[in-house]
Design a protein around this ligand. Structure first.
Ligand code: 4AD
Ligand code: MG
Length: 508
């Protein structure tokens, strides 16, 4: 058997064999320094001429990036090294010498389209490795939370005969000659299951055919949908808060190494665990978004205006630094220094590009926020503005009925509002959870099904849940990839799932 990097604490001073791939190479005349990865971690393996002898050292020199190899050698504790260890190689077995690896450069320098085209290889890069490990721990944390709370995990079908979240974004397929759809949500089925088991959750893929090429939309994503009998919306919100805190707490405990790779600010996540999530109505949210109401002295519009000013200033600084470095290069310098300066210039140009994007967008965001009317649905930028005034996730409840799904329960005495709740993540991430208390009045439901232009025949089974022992109940849906994006602080959901399916992307 061979050993794994994640176990090295048990092997300090001992000999191991590790099997994996070459992630990076530095060479001197008598030493080869390999950054080596085995899936469980990264470690430096040092192959010296002295230890390997002429013949094996010559072979080791042939190892290219991503070549697969087994190294045998001593594990030496070394605090300066990544992970705290180094392997001093005494022998090796080469499995395969890799062709020139198409992703040899840094992610930053490759461009995102190229990376997506090569997603099957991109997954090997350290940042992507870290993200997938966080995703894995998030999944474990989700199951841990619900299992500890005596929820029963049940699976909803993926092929369905009807819409749940509106008819506009359904992927249509064919089921033995009948029209059928890929499921947008397991919720309606989860409601049936909750009437049998009390507290359930589904965890499965869901599909949305929106033509949205945005940083938060996938066409295929994973949703976790708890559904609880005898829960009102307040209970639902309590559960959401405990649930999110539990999952993030677990990530802080278990994924320190990964979060460091991702340069994630731990304090921002710790804040989520420590702070109470504010709860505001949709009407209050509108007041905050338009800048008419402040939160702890923070004004949503002013924050954007400051961001805009800062971005403009920073662009000027970057431009100045570029021209200084260019002048210095022209004046002449050693090759190493020149390369260093050229790399800096490339990085600065990248920064300017991002900032210019902001400078173009922010005025539009401000415009849209200022003109926002009561009763409307928030767009992506509205959520970003709204969440910036809070440092914890915020729950928005009591939504306008006309922008929410047919199944949401009406607010007592105000049929224009429904008992929906969205959880908006801080730092501009926006909606990660959508849920509600469910309508229990069969007559209201029948009316709503008509209003939403759905076919009542498709929902007779759903109406049965209101015919036989109807009870108040609530639930919500968490978008797994949106949670991964927030926890890992990623620009785009494309990096949150092994192989993204999103508007314009179905390969590799
Ligand atoms: O808000 P949504 O549409 O709610 C439902 O589907 C309900 N049936 C859930 C329930 O009450 N059981 O979706 C729930 C969550 C969103 O908050 C978001 O995190 C995620 O699913 N989501 C998406 N994630 C990625 N790409 C998309 N296109 C998404 N659409 C929704
Ligand atoms: Mg939603």
């Amino acid at each position: 058997m061979h050993q794994y990097i994640s176990d090295f604490a048990n092997y300090a001073g001992k000999e191991v064999t590790v099997k994996g791939w070459i992630a990076n190479i530095r060479k001197s005349k008598t030493n080869l320094f390999f950054s080596f990865r085995d899936g469980t971690g990264f470690v430096q393996c040092v192959a010296s001429l002295e230890a390997l002898g002429d013949e094996m050292f010559e072979q080791a020199k042939n190892l290219t990036l991503e070549s697969s190899v087994a190294f045998t050698g001593n594990v030496v504790q070394d605090e300066r090294q990544e992970g705290g260890f180094e392997v001093q190689v005494s022998s090796m077995k080469i499995y395969h010498i890799a062709d020139g690896f198409p992703l040899a450069q840094r992610e930053k320098d490759l461009g995102v389209k190229y990376l997506e085209d090569n997603r099957h290889l991109w997954l090997r890069k350290k940042r992507q490795w870290a993200i997938m490990r966080v995703r894995n721990q998030i999944i474990m944390g989700i199951h841990e939370f619900f299992q500890n709370e005596d929820f029963v995990q049940m699976d909803a079908p993926l092929l369905t005969g009807s819409a749940c979240e509106g008819t506009t974004d359904l992927f249509e397929t064919e089921f033995f000659g009948q029209p059928a759809f890929l499921s947008q949500s397991g919720q309606l089925y989860a409601e049936a299951m909750a009437m049998a088991q009390g507290k359930v959750y589904t965890f499965g893929p869901t599909f949305r055919a929106e033509k949205s090429d945005t940083p938060r939309h996938l066409a295929e994503f994973w949703m976790i949908e708890p559904e609880m009998a005898f829960y009102e919306n307040e209970d639902n919100m309590d559960l959401i808060e405990r649930f999110v805190k539990h999952v993030i707490g677990r990530i802080l405990n278990r994924c320190q190494q990964e979060l460091k790779v991702l340069e994630r600010d731990f304090s921002k996540l710790q804040m989520v665990v420590d702070k109470t999530f504010p709860r505001i109505t949709h009407a209050e949210a509108v007041e905050i978004l338009t800048g008419r109401q402040e939160v702890n002295g923070r004004n949503a519009i002013q924050i954007q205006e400051q961001d805009l000013e800062e971005a403009k200033q920073r662009i000027e600084e970057c431009k100045k630094e570029i021209s200084e470095r260019e002048t210095a290069i022209k004046a002449g310098m050693k090759k190493g220094a020149r390369k260093f300066n050229e790399a800096k210039i490339i990085a600065l140009r990248g920064e300017i590009e991002n900032l210019e994007h902001k400078v173009r967008n922010i005025p539009q965001w401000i415009e849209s926020a200022k003109n926002f009317q009561h009763g409307e649905d928030f767009g992506g930028s509205d959520e970003t503005l709204l969440t910036r005034v809070f440092d914890a996730p915020v729950m928005v409840y009591n939504w306008p009925a006309k922008i929410k799904s047919f199944y949401m329960k009406e607010v007592d005495g105000n049929p224009d509002l429904v008992k929906g709740v969205d959880l908006l993540a801080p730092e501009g991430f926006g909606e990660v959870i959508g849920g509600s208390e469910r309508e229990t009045d069969i007559n209201v439901l029948i009316r709503k099904i008509k209003e939403h232009e759905l076919d009542q025949n498709d929902f007779e089974w759903y109406l049965d849940l209101r015919r036989y022992g109807s009870v108040p109940h609530s639930g919500f849906g968490l978008g797994l990839e949106r949670l991964v994006r927030w926890i890992c602080n990623l620009k785009h959901v494309r990096e949150t799932i092994p192989l993204a399916r999103r508007y314009g992307r179905i390969t590799p």
